[in-house]
Design a binder for this molecule. Structure first.
Ligand SMILES: N[C@@H](CCC(=O)N[C@@H](CS)C(=O)NCC(=O)O)C(=O)O
Length: 205
């Protein structure tokens, strides 16, 4: 198993975190985004989208962080990170969609401005981040994990960019249920942290 990643990519961290939570050994292959290695022909042959992460499971190539989570959860189905029943699977998918939507265009985009100089409107994306953090805060008032009574890949998909939201100048100190949930994820056996950068505001306790 090989994971093509970049240490500052939250999408890649999502995949790396789940491999580690599962206890699945994988070689980490760092893709030099700054040098444009993700747009070179050999990488585009793996993922024509030219993005990390990409998983290579003995020749089975999976790109897209959420697709990797689904693939690994299905391969390790007994661990129940992705419920098989219709309602349980839909509850998880609902939050995978949020990870690919509101989180990508909110806290992820805000951090892209500060970490990678992305040309986005900070006021707009920070406001978007607060809308989704508010919604997640309300959901986590009802239960400990976002999509079930136990951790699922929905929690893994949401974790990385919410954990590092302050790097994008998104102050999450008021979201106490979110902070408690982040700590629950961080206490899971096999948890591996997403590398911090020095940008943005200091993290909520
Ligand atoms: N939907 C993709 C998004 C991945 C993504 O945006 N990766 C970024 C790093 S965080 C990347 O490789 N960006 C380079 C580019 O798009 O050119 C996923 O979930 O894996």
């Amino acid at each position: 198993m090989k994971l093509y990643y970049h240490p500052l990519s939250g999408h890649a961290h999502r995949a790396r975190l789940f491999l580690s939570l599962l206890g699945v050994e994988a070689d980490l292959v760092e893709v030099n985004l700054a040098a444009g290695a993700h747009k070179a022909p050999d990488f585009l042959a793996l993922n024509p989208f030219g993005q990390v992460p990409v998983l290579d499971d003995d020749g089975t190539i999976i790109s897209d962080s959420n697709a990797i989570l689904v693939y690994l959860a299905k391969k390790n189905a007994a661990r129940n990170w992705l419920p098989e029943d219709a309602k349980g699977a839909a509850a998880v998918q609902r939050w995978l969609s949020v990870a690919a939507g509101e989180i990508a265009y909110g806290p992820c985009a805000a951090r892209l401005i500060t970490v990678f100089n992305a040309p986005f409107n900070a006021t707009e994306v920070i406001a978007r981040a607060h809308v989704i953090l508010g919604r997640i805060e309300a959901e986590l008032g009802e239960r400990q994990w976002i999509a079930a009574t136990h951790p699922t890949i929905a929690d893994v998909a949401l974790y990385s960019y919410i954990a590092r939201a302050p790097e994008g100048n998104v102050d999450r100190s008021a979201y106490i249920n979110v902070s408690a949930w982040l700590q629950r994820v961080e206490a899971l056996p096999g948890f591996v942290a997403f590398q911090k950068t020095a940008v943005g505001i200091s993290e909520a306790a």
